[in-house]
Ligand binder design. Structure first.
Ligand code: NAD
Ligand code: FE2
Length: 381
């Protein structure tokens, strides 16, 4: 068996209402200046906690200006604010966009490195201040992962910064924070979480330790995603989804994603489509492409999704691909690049850009060429 290093925050708190526990635990740390990154829709739930901290004498600066998936300049602007505030601690309470920037702010706050020097795996040298993450979407798993993603306006490329220093000190996962997520965002972020679990389990570097998480994550998402999309107030579905997304996130450090993410990045980066949507459009086709390289793993994905076994692994695996396409369809997600208005003339450039994501493609169970990428994109017209 190959060896693996498990990576996760030292403290993971999961449970409905656990946001209130955060305030008590934060106050025990003795920090005095908290930089809060969040989003406006989350403030009604977060404000009582912030009031409690204020009353206890903590100075707060609240930033809610990350409106889309973050760019390098969004990050630099917010970093300057946190520096001017002399933060001694940071929280990110939001989707992956907010949490990724929060983790980067905490890391680069008092650093001499520039973020551009740290694209890739393992280039960050140190971490500035204490950080906690609280996800408000059931999607990226960033709260437990050592990854952060920025859109670099220089080349419209999505750049990953991967480092143990980007693991939050603590993660508080309170499903109540996800109750207000609108149906479209619930669907797209949920498909991102499913993609994480599937790419972790079928990864070239898959490992039983994290596959256990990934398969359970797949089962939870298969069971609860449609329910959460159809009725956002379904508490049980929101809990199941947040847990499923966390299990996906726990695989990102040790194993990470592969060709679905690599091919999705150009769609998101060049055409500003959400990360979840880009992944979900590509997921079934890339699964089918990868299947021959590890049909057993894809059959296991199908079983985790709840499909009946076929007469052999290939038949079972194909049922899984069909299940995933049907799930995304029934959650209202478009199925082709044509439907999301990506011009087919962009395929050659997207295929080139996908090939730059070698940090992910090296994980793919089947070797993939630029022509394969172009064929996959072209099949979605
Ligand atoms: N760090 C990682 O491990 C990792 C993994 C995958 C993706 N990502 C990155 O994360 C980003 C995407 O994050 P995301 O998919 O969570 O979406 P997001 O953070 O961009 O949020 C999507 C939208 O939902 C809104 N929203 C969030 N929570 C809400 C709530 N509770 N109620 C109402 N509205 C809410 C946001 O304001 C935003 O408009 C991308 O940049 C992607 O590349 C990071
Ligand atoms: Fe993702």
């Amino acid at each position: 068996m190959n060896s693996i290093v498990l990576k996760q925050p030292q403290r993971i708190v999961f449970g409905t209402g656990c946001l209130t526990q955060f305030a008590d635990e934060y106050l025990k740390l003795g920090k005095k200046r908290l930089f809060v990154l969040t989003a406006d829709p989350v403030l009604p739930v977060l404000n009582p906690v912030l009031d409690q901290l204020k009353q206890a004498g903590v100075a707060l600066q609240v930033e809610t200006q990350i409106l889309g998936e973050p760019t390098v300049s969004d990050f630099k602007r917010i970093l300057k604010e946190a520096q001017a505030f002399h933060a001694d601690s940071v929280i990110g309470v939001g989707g992956g966009s907010v949490m990724d920037v929060a983790k980067l702010v905490a890391t680069f706050l008092y650093s001499e490195q520039e973020v551009e020097q740290c694209y890739g795996i393992g280039f960050v040298k140190a971490r500035g201040v204490w950080i906690a993450c609280m996800p408000t979407t059931a999607g990226t798993g960033s709260e437990v992962s050592p990854n952060a993603i920025l859109l670099d306006e220089a080349d419209n490329g999505k750049k990953g910064i991967v480092s143990d220093f980007l693991l939050a000190d603590a993660a508080y996962l309170d499903p109540n924070l996800t109750l207000s997520v609108p149906p479209r965002v619930t669907a797209e972020t949920g498909m991102d979480a499913l993609t994480h679990c599937i790419e972790v389990h079928t990864n070239k570097f898959a490992h039983p330790t994290v596959s256990l998480y990934a398969k359970y994550g797949i089962s939870l998402i298969a069971k609860y995603l449609e329910r959460a999309v159809k009725d956002g107030s379904d508490q049980e579905a929101r809990e199941g989804m947040l847990l499923g997304a966390m299990y996906g996130g726990l695989g990102l450090g040790p194993v990470n994603t592969a060709a679905v993410h690599a091919l999705a990045y150009p769609v998101g980066g060049m055409f500003h489509k959400s990360h979840g949507l880009s992944n979900s459009v590509l997921l079934p086709t890339v699964m089918k492409f990868n299947m021959p390289a590890n049909v057993k793993a894809y059959a296991e994905v199908a079983l985790a999704l709840g499909c009946q076994p076929g007469s052999n692994d290939e038949e079972t695996a194909l049922r899984g691909v069909e299940f995933v396409a049907n799930l995304s369809k029934s959650c209202g997600i478009p199925q082709t690049l044509a439907e999301i208005n990506i011009p087919q003339s962009a395929v050659p450039e997207m295929a080139k850009a996908a090939m730059l994501q070698q940090r992910l493609l090296k994980n793919n169970p089947r070797p993939i060429t630029e022509q394969d990428c172009a064929d996959i994109y072209n099949s979605l017209y």
